[in-house]
Structure formats: C-alpha cells, structure tokens
Write a protein that binds this ligand. Structure first.
Ligand code: G1P
Length: 291
C-alpha cells in the first residue's frame, strides 16, 4: 500500500466550459466513449494504489453518487435478461474503492473546496485529482508523484509544458531544476498573462499534499476571480515546506475544452480492444474524405 491512502476529487464546479451538455447533468458525468470522465479519475486513483476517495460535490450533482452506487432495480433487470457482462460492469462500479461525498455548499474556489476535505483526510498526506484533466497512463503519473512525495517528504504538483498562449489558463511556476523531471520554485502564479508568466510549465490537475496544506488554505486570501485559489495556498506552503514540481509529458487530455474532449474521445476509442480495430478502420476511411 502507498503512504497516500486518500484521494480528493473536487467536483463542485458549474461546468460552464461544457454547456449545454452540463446544464442538467454534472460535467463530471459527460462520457468519453462510454464512461463518465469521473470514472476515469476514480480508476486512476485505484491504479495508483489509492482505495479511499472523497468527492467534493455540490447541489445538482447526485448523478455522480448514483453512478458509483448499487442500483438494485437495474441489477435485477440485467440479471433477469441474462446480461451478465453488463451486470458485472454495473456492480463493479460500486466495488472500485471506498467512495465518500461531502458538499461544497458555496462556490468559494478550488482551494476552499480542497479545505473541506480536512476532516475526512485528517493528519495524513493525500492526493487531489481535478476532473477536467483525464490522464490515460494506468496511474503512472500519480504513482510517480506519490514516490516523489515519499522521497522528498513534501507536497508535489504535476507540471506540463504548454504553448505560451495557453499558460493563462493555468497555475505557473518559475522552475528551479532539482534533477530529471523534478523542479523547485520560488513563485507560483494563478493564470498569468503570457507576458507575465514565469515559464510555460503549467500546473496540471494532479497534486499530492502534506496535511500542512490545510493551514496554508486557511491563511489564503481570495485571489484571481475573488476565489480561494489552491495555487496561492501552494505558494504559502512552499515558503515553509518546499513543494516539488513533477513534470510529465504523456497521457493527459483536458476534457474541459471541447476540442481536447474530442481528441480524448477519438484517441481513447482507438486504444480500446473492443472498439479500437473497427473504429480505426472507419477513421482511416473518413480521414481520406477530408480536404
Ligand atoms: C485549476 C487550477 C489551476 C490549474 C488547473 C489545471 O484551474 O486553479 O492552477 O493549472 O486547474 O487544470 P481551473 O481549470 O479550475 O480554472
């Protein structure tokens, strides 16, 4: 078992980037191929050895709870029809790991949402996974970050190089190389303009925190957008307990952006053993018709 037992998945946001799909269903339930994005995130936790997940949701998000629950009516209907494969899939979702829910009643920002996890997490290190970033790597990034946390005894944030004109969508650091793909930093800024950005290394939605982040969140004043930003809390924590940046290159899809969401759908479908071969044949034919 890893030293990080709990993962926190903030899922309270309105999903305005994904309207109209997210009007009546939570954006976390929008499927990529045939699985809601939040299922990929929970499966990533399990693949990285984490078996306790806390989802921070908000009103209107109860479909997420239903997705990971036993639905006896559905199970009975599948059983009666002899649909054993489907039955296993449906039941398996309730057995993936321990899933708990707590609500963020007021939308005060990502830092505030993560702060709500304190009572559940207690005095232990924990991971945070943001639902818009779907990471298809069998848990490799998260496992690597947990190992780095164990080695450095501090918090770890995921970093990805992005195009300069994209950096204003992310947290950003001024990298100080440690070794290989590890960086320290002095500054971390939330959503800087391309001109102000200290680098093009963006903070991506995977974090491993020591419980000291909760004190830092408490001390964090509202920042960009008037919200309590986790980026600012990380900046505060870094002053007393160095935070390590863990850069990676592969496997990430920003499913909060329609174009990246489409890429995720196509590429993940191609990777599937059941759908991939037929879908690739179709795609090759379709691409040949494009001008
Ligand atoms: C959040 C964080 C930001 C981070 C990003 C990663 O922003 O505030 O620092 O870079 O997630 O996806 P959001 O996408 O919620 O605006």
């Amino acid at each position: 078992m890893t030293s990080v037992r709990t993962a926190v998945i903030p899922a309270a946001g309105l999903g305005t980037r994904f309207l109209p799909a997210s009007k009546a269903i939570p954006k976390e339930m929008v499927p990529v191929v045939d699985k809601p994005t939040i299922q990929y995130i929970v499966e990533e936790c399990v693949a990285a050895g984490i078996e306790d997940v806390l989802i921070i949701d908000s009103s209107g998000k109860s479909a997420i709870g239903d997705h990971f629950d036993r639905l006896m009516g559905l199970e009975a209907a599948l059983e009666a029809k002899g649909k054993t494969t489907e039955l296993e899939v449906v039941r398996g979702l309730a057995e993936l790991c321990d899933i708990h829910f707590v609500r963020q009643g007021v939308a005060l920002g990502l830092g505030h949402a993560i702060g709500i996890a304190e009572r559940h997490v207690g005095d232990e290190p924990f991971a945070v996974l943001l639902g818009d970033d779907v990471q298809v790597d069998g848990g490799a990034l998260l496992r690597g970050m947990i190992e780095t946390h164990e080695e450095q005894q501090g918090s770890v944030i995921a970093l990805l190089e992005v195009e300069p004109d994209e950096i204003s969508s992310y947290g950003c650091i001024d990298p100080i190389p440690i070794r290989d793909n590890l960086y320290g930093f002095e500054r971390i800024v939330e959503k800087p303009s391309a001109e102000e950005a200290p680098s093009n290394l963006a903070v991506i939605g995977r974090y491993v925190f020591t419980p000291d982040i909760f004190d830092a969140i408490r001390q964090t004043e509202p920042g960009v957008g008037g919200e309590i930003q986790i980026t600012d809390a990380i900046g505060l924590l870094n002053q007393t307990q160095p935070v390590t940046g863990f850069s990676f290159k592969e496997g990430r899809y920003d499913c909060g952006k329609p174009l990246d969401y489409l890429k995720a759908t196509v590429e993940i479908a191609c990777m599937r053993d059941d759908l991939g071969p037929a879908f690739k044949d179709y795609l090759k034919g379709f691409v040949a018709t494009l001008d």
